[in-house]
Design a protein around this ligand. Structure first.
Ligand code: 26Q
Length: 822
């Protein structure tokens, strides 16, 4: 830069800074009406958020205009969950405002980090699936792809978890109480969604058979738009969240009958639809309100897209299928298949064949589970009551589909029964995954093994019918949140050593590999990790009172609590270490801090009992002076996105220990890898690919693989394994003898009998010896810090494949067929 340019540039920076400073002040005083003499954190957060938001608005409007003007294909990501977490720091980083924001906050004597802490997490998701949707939106904006997210604006997100006497207690998460500075209500785009009522078949004036859905209760869908900024690229995409409102003519009958107050109170019925996010919970399966949520999202979003289409193309839908793509995030929005049929046929007079060919051109379905019990089914009775017109369409789709199959497999009634969209029986059900498969041109799994198992198992018949529909898209995570933002010390070290390109293209991270051999670099790597461990130490101390030591190995498992994820296996290992300590077998044992966190679905009793066990084991171990210097165990309450932002930079050992063949992919595993943790894991989900990329010498592998799991099941005798292995025997004795349940004898018997059950689906005891041995290898590796840091650096260096930019690039090219819009 020349001197004049240079000074012009710094002039501009100064102006931005001055303006930002003044705008924060202006928003404090005028937008929020706050007395600026003693500024409180929450006010400062809101004033700053609005000032930053203002800077997004122009680029946002321009991106929308580009989208509207472009004839290019567009993609809509339909998801019941978007777990976006906090937005302020993300917007600041993506707009390159960090320096000016910091300076303008200094006048108030605070740091950006403190103010960022004031923001509530937008917890509009359960876990992996919801967070994946958020990482995908970030990547779409980074790649400047014409993608809009559609979801629900839940008044209450994922519950807050407290621990009381070792047990999980749920508290409501009223995240919108203080308003949400990131959202814009768009009253002009409200839509109406039908429920209940009945169908009427009639002939139009020109003699065409038509169907009317009448006598329905309508609910208003009000859109709220959130900006999704790209990384310093002028693109700001949109996440549109729908809120349910009563229509103005709500229960007019009641109103006319004079019960005005009752009629107003009845508004609640409609507005309940978006009141609360369902915590993924098997006991909640089949709840009508959940189906209402699903249909509400799908109908409002499809109407929105069709309305835009009609604005520019009129009633000509010949190009609709090739110009639009709906990606279904699991089967939760699978009603999109019959709903798009309904809208085209009933509301836009398209004929069945054309409508069906449009639907099958623009729907794509992503599966996220291998657990057969987790596949969504809806009772036909409930469906016909709530969505009578949709059920008719599903029956018609099914009849035509089964006729097609019968032609391919003449005389095979069994195959028809197996693939039918309707599961027959006393209480027939709609099979949502089959509906999604039949209605889509693409079906994808989320990791290599997962996709293979879908083809061979759950969806075998469909794979035989349509092999080309099936494809794999291994998940990824955004390195901008999960490395650059959450680990600023590492970000700076990376930029200094390999340049900044990895922030927008993580394949550049491989340039780090040679640095693993550089002793000076390894030392700087260690210093960064120590710094991050200090940060987590403070969090753990504040939340639990337990003091971790920064010289211990930080051994971390954070994820939803589920039997298949085997937090129990982790606890059994902790008990084993404690047993060795008590027996004085501590030669060569490193000091270890085990951190476990995650929420249990409120109705999932076994999961809640596992939470109780972790807490009770931690009580005993942490209060035993004999264990003091060698072992700490902590359950960190209320695990969420912003907690992971502190946890993953500090982790050294990442526990990915699910029963092989059960975890579709995992994405926490990728965040840990990026931040230099080593994985101890089974050959499950994306662990397999993590190991392939990191090298097997940089990964602690244990346990049965998916094939081994299948054969072991046929002849599994956990009691014999326990009896034959004294160390395992002692673990069980401690558990069963009440060492961790002195005040409530027998409370964990459900867990111990599960472990000893030959039909234990999770095969925990089958993998325990192998797990203990792998933990021993991790222990020994940690004793050589040089070696450990080399492995750590190589893990980060090989994490390029696990960027959601790569995943989204593949969706764009191989499924969506869309190009960047710049
Ligand atoms: C079910 C019934 C009623 C209400 C809610 C639900 C429900 C909600 C959320 C069922 C499932 C979910 C979420 C599933 C999920 O997060 N799956 C994870 O998806 C990740 C992203 O692909 C994978 O990495 C994980 O392996 C997978 O478990």
């Amino acid at each position: 830069m020349t001197a004049t340019l240079d000074s012009r540039f710094s002039d501009t920076c100064q102006k931005i800074l001055d303006v930002l400073e003044r705008e924060v002040e202006r928003h404090l005083a005028y937008t929020l009406g706050h007395d600026a003499t003693a500024v409180e954190g929450p006010y400062l957060y809101r004033a700053l958020a609005i000032a930053v938001r203002d800077r997004l608005v122009t680029e946002w409007r321009e991106t929308r205009a580009r989208m509207a003007a472009s004839e290019q294909k567009k993609v809509y990501y339909l998801s019941l969950e978007f777990l976006i977490g906090r937005s302020l720091s993300n917007a600041v980083a993506n707009l390159d405002l960090e320096e000016s924001v910091r300076k303008s906050l200094h006048q108030f004597g605070v740091e950006l980090e403190e103010i960022a802490e004031e923001e509530q997490d937008a917890g509009l998701g359960n876990g992996g699936l919801g967070r994946l949707a958020a990482c995908f939106l970030d990547s779409c904006a980074n790649l400047q792809l014409p993608v809009v997210g559609y979801g629900l604006r839940y008044e209450y997100g994922m519950f807050h978890q407290r621990i009381e006497n070792g047990r999980q207690v749920e508290n409501p998460d009223h995240w919108l109480r203080d308003g949400n500075p990131w959202e814009f209500e768009r009253t002009e785009s409200a839509r109406r969604v039908h429920f209940y009522g009945h169908t009427e078949h009639y002939r139009s004036e020109d003699g065409i058979a038509k169907v009317r859905w009448s006598g329905c209760h309508d609910v208003l869908a009000m859109p709220f738009d959130l900006p999704i900024p790209g990384y310093r690229n002028g693109t700001v995409n949109t996440l549109r969240l729908w809120k349910a409102l009563a229509t103005d003519e709500f229960d007019l009958d009641e109103f006319n009958a004079g019960s005005y107050t009752e009629a107003v109170a009845a508004k609640n019925m409609a507005e309940q639809i978006t009141m609360v996010l369902y915590p993924n919970d098997s006991s909640e399966n089949g709840k009508e309100l959940r189906l209402k949520q699903q249909y509400f999202l799908v109908s409002a979003s499809l109407q929105d897209v069709l309305a835009e289409w009609v604005k520019t193309h009129g009633e000509d839908f010949s190009e609709f299928g090739s110009s639009n793509c709906f990606q279904l995030n699991d089967t939760h929005p699978a009603c999109a298949v019959p709903e798009l049929m309904r809208l085209l046929i009933d509301e836009h007079d398209v004929e069945w064949e054309q409508a069906w060919s449009i639907v099958r051109k623009c729907m794509a379905y992503t599966n996220h589970t291998l657990l057969p019990e987790a596949l969504e089914r809806w009772s036909v009775r409930l469906f016909s009551n709530l969505l009578p017109r949709l059920l008719e369409i599903i029956y018609e789709i099914n009849a035509r589909f089964l006729a097609e199959v019968a032609e391919q497999f003449p005389g095979d009634a069994e195959v028809l029964r197996r693939v039918s969209l309707i599961e027959d029986g006393e209480h027939p059900h709609v099979r949502m995954a089959y509906l999604a498969i039949v209605g889509s041109f693409s079906v994808n799994g989320v990791a290599g093994l997962h996709t293979k198992l879908l083809k061979e198992g759950l969806f075998k018949d469909f794979h035989t019918l349509w092999p080309d529909k099936f494809n794999n898209k291994t998940n990824g995570v955004t390195q901008r949140r999960w490395l650059a933002h959450c680990n600023p010390k590492l970000r700076d070290l990376l930029i200094e050593s390999i340049g900044p390109e990895w922030q927008t293209d993580l394949s550049h991270i491989s340039k780090l590999a040679p640095f693993a051999a550089d002793a000076g670099f390894r030392d700087r790597w260690r210093v960064v990790k120590q710094h991050n461990k200090q940060r987590l130490i403070q969090t753990v101390k504040r939340e639990t009172g337990v003091e971790f030591s920064d010289s211990a190995l930080f051994d971390v498992q954070v994820k939803r609590i589920h039997e298949y994820k085997r937090q129990l296996l982790n606890v059994l290992h902790a008990i084993h270490l404690y047993d060795r300590i008590q027996r004085g077998e501590t030669a060569g044992m490193i000091s270890r801090c085990i951190l476990i966190g995650g929420k249990a679905a409120p109705g999932y009793h076994v999961a809640k009992l596992i939470v109780k066990l972790v807490n009770d084991v931690s009580q005993v171990i942490n209060n035993d002076p004999a264990a003091h210097d060698l072992l700490k165990v902590v359950f960190l309450p209320n695990y969420r996105v912003s907690a992971m932002e502190v946890i993953c930079p500090a982790a050294e050992l990442s526990e990915q220990i699910s029963t092989a063949g059960k975890e579709a992919s995992g994405t926490g595993n990728m965040k840990f890898m990026m931040n230099g943790a080593l994985t101890i894991g089974t050959l499950d989900g994306a662990n397999i690919e993590i190991r392939e990329h990191a090298g097997d010498e940089n990964f602690f592998l244990f346990g049965l693989d998916a094939a081994g799991v299948a054969t072991t099941r046929t002849n599994y005798r956990p009691n014999e394994i326990i009896a034959a292995d004294p160390e395992i025997e002692r673990i069980m004795q401690m558990l069963e003898g009440g060492v961790f349940s002195r005040s409530e004898p027998g409370i964990f018997s459900m867990l111990t009998t599960g472990l000893r059950n030959p039909h234990d689906p999770w095969l925990t005891i089958a993998d325990l010896r192998s797990f203990i041995d792998a933990q021993k290898r991790a222990n020994d590796a940690y004793r050589d810090p040089d070696h450990w840091n080399t492995m750590s650096i190589l893990n980060t260096a090989s994490s390029g494949w696990f960027a959601s930019d790569r995943t989204i690039g593949q969706y764009a090219e191989e499924i969506w067929n869309v190009k960047p819009l710049s």
